[in-house]
Design a protein around this ligand. Structure first.
Ligand SMILES: Nc1ncnc2c1ncn2[C@@H]1O[C@H](COP(=O)(O)OP(=O)(O)OP(=O)(O)O)[C@@H](O)[C@H]1O
Length: 526
């Protein structure tokens, strides 16, 4: 109780989380002032609570480890000096020289300590990184391969324009991504090393994953052999399970979001859509898509037609962006439950089911000639989902019964869907994998091995080698991003117009709590 609080405060009813008022001392309850009930905290308040908790934990951990490291350095210095002390019988000039050396060493030691302190106090900024080259283009900014100048750490720096994020109502997504990335301690998920900002942009410096993404691997291989698909799908499910354990639904699982690390294993990234709730703009977007999907007649296409259409779209290689995740991999309940509250993590298992289908068939199950048609196919998924049957020389591409059975247990109504790792593992499709499942799990703490050797292990000559990424200096590669660039240019133009008519940009408070340094960077040598 507060020292200055009036005595009757002890009898004051207390509002508890479920809005029930409980009198602490019932005898004088009638004399007590009326109960003030608290409404449940909103998502923003909860996030701020969580951030403050993490901030203080982090702050004190950092402070204590820093002080320990500082004491240890001082003790080492003293030990070193004591070891060098000349015997007491030494002549006066030897002792005088030693004293001078001691003073010089102390000055040098103090100088280094001051430099450590300065470094701790400096704000992170882009100039602390050497941007080697662009390796990716997202809907809201670019990704660069970068080297942190003082620590020589290699990272992928994602740079996003604050005004664009604000204008597109994407601030919440990027904060979610930052929050998830800071909590990640799994080799199956991309780690965040640093997060920082300046007036124009926010930056996420993530661990650099050098082998490109699963989309490029699928485009280059056409279809995968079943044993390879089996391992990749097992890894995808393991990665999805890790994000579910953190209490999030990924909601945008697609081949582009699985990156291939130096040992050939997958890492899931892009957690921007993992927030449970949809914003008003996303709901409006989904409503419009749902209406179109409902009204337009379904176009019946054979499996072969769908394969051909998908191949020609892939040849055109235009990277498309969607506000609410990729429709090709989106579960129907996301499209139909526009409020975004009536579905759970099972939607991620649907997405992995679509990728499994694509690994074995060469096209995702609802592929179509236009995005409207894809949305329509997802809406009518029960009619559209078909087992591809090939004859003659192509018969080798037919799904095995186990593979098809797993597809239909992932691409089905949510209540019937396999949506737990423990339920998927015993499926016959994984019958060659039991030991490997165990290794995937058991080695989850060893980021390099993770048990099994994957079918493709990238070969990179040195850390600057970006051969598995698009070349952003090549006009041919750049053509793939014309849709994104046009969208960004249109927004920039609008931004210019609103700046001149006085419409406010992103408020400074929007990115509070964004800054982050991984623990190794703080408690290491500094
Ligand atoms: N940690 C990383 N290591 C290596 N490459 C990366 C990393 N993160 C992203 N990339 C590359 O940058 C590309 C774009 O990534 P980003 O997460 O910005 O975009 P996105 O998911 O396509 O878009 P959006 O931000 O609109 O969701 C990825 O497809 C990948 O090729």
């Amino acid at each position: 109780m507060h020292l200055g609080a009036p005595a009757h405060a002890e009898n004051t009813p207390v509002a508890v989380a479920d809005n029930t008022s409980l009198p602490l001392a019932s005898a004088s309850a009638s004399a007590a002032p009326p109960a003030t009930t608290l409404s449940p905290p909103g998502a923003d308040t909860l996030r701020k609570c969580e951030l403050s908790k993490l901030f203080f934990l982090d702050h004190y951990f950092d402070l204590l480890t820093y002080l320990d490291a500082r004491k240890a350095r001082l003790a080492a210095f003293k030990r070193d000096m004591a070891a060098r002390t000349p015997p007491p019988s030494s002549g006066a000039d030897v002792l005088a020289t030693f004293e001078q050396e001691q003073e010089a060493a102390w000055r040098y030691f103090c100088g280094k300590e001051r430099a450590h302190l300065r470094k701790r106090r400096t704000r992170l900024r882009l100039s602390n990184f050497e941007l080697v080259r662009q390796i990716g283009q997202g809907g809201y900014g670019q990704v660069f391969l970068a080297r942190k100048r003082d620590t020589d750490e290699w990272c992928a720096v994602k740079k996003m324009n604050k005004h664009l994020l604000h204008r597109l109502h994407e601030v919440q997504h990027i904060l979610t991504e930052r929050d998830i990335l800071t909590r990640v301690g799994s080799p199956w998920l991309v780690k965040l090393l640093y997060a920082f900002q300046d007036m124009e942009s926010v930056y996420l410096a993530m661990e650099y994953v050098p082998g490109g993404d699963m989309r490029t691997l699928l485009n280059n291989s056409g279809v995968l052999r079943q044993e390879h698909a089996r391992l990749y799908v097992a890894e995808m499910l393991t990665a999805a399970d890790q994000i579910h354990r953190l209490g999030y639904i990924h909601r945008d699982i697609k081949p582009e979001n699985f990156l291939i690390d130096a040992s050939g294993h997958l890492k899931l990234t892009d957690f921007g859509l993992s927030r449970g709730k949809l914003c008003a703009e996303e709901i409006a977007y989904l409503q419009a898509r749902l209406e179109t999907a409902r009204q337009a007649p379904l176009v019946h296409r054979t499996v072969k037609e769908r394969w051909q259409i998908y191949q020609s779209i892939q040849r055109e290689e235009v990277r498309a962006f969607s506000l609410v995740g990729s429709p090709d991999y989106m579960a129907p309940e996301v499209l139909q439950d526009v409020g975004g509250r009536g579905y759970d993590h099972a939607v991620d298992y649907w997405s992995v089911g679509c990728i499994l289908f694509e690994c074995l068939a060469g096209f995702p199950p609802f592929a179509a000639a236009s995005s409207d048609e894809v949305w329509r196919n997802v809406y009518h998924w029960e009619t559209v989902l078909e087992r591809p049957v090939y004859t003659g020389a192509d018969a080798e591409f037919n799904f095995t019964d186990e593979a098809w059975d797993l597809v239909t247990r992932l691409l089905c109504h949510a209540p019937q869907r396999l949506a737990k790792l423990a339920d998927v593992k015993p499926h016959a499709f994984f019958s060659g994998l039991p030991a490997q499942w165990e290794q995937l799990r058991a080695d989850a703490t060893n980021p390099l091995s993770r048990g099994v050797t994957p079918p493709f292990v990238p070969r990179v000559a040195d850390p600057r080698d970006t051969r598995y990424f698009d070349n952003f200096e090549d006009p041919k590669d750049m053509a793939m991003y014309k849709e994104v660039h046009a969208r960004q240019a249109a927004h920039k133009e609008k931004e210019g117009a609103s700046a001149s008519d006085g419409t406010p940009g992103a408020p400074r408070s929007a990115f509070i709590g964004f800054t982050f340094k991984h623990s190794g960077a703080r408690s290491g040598s500094i």
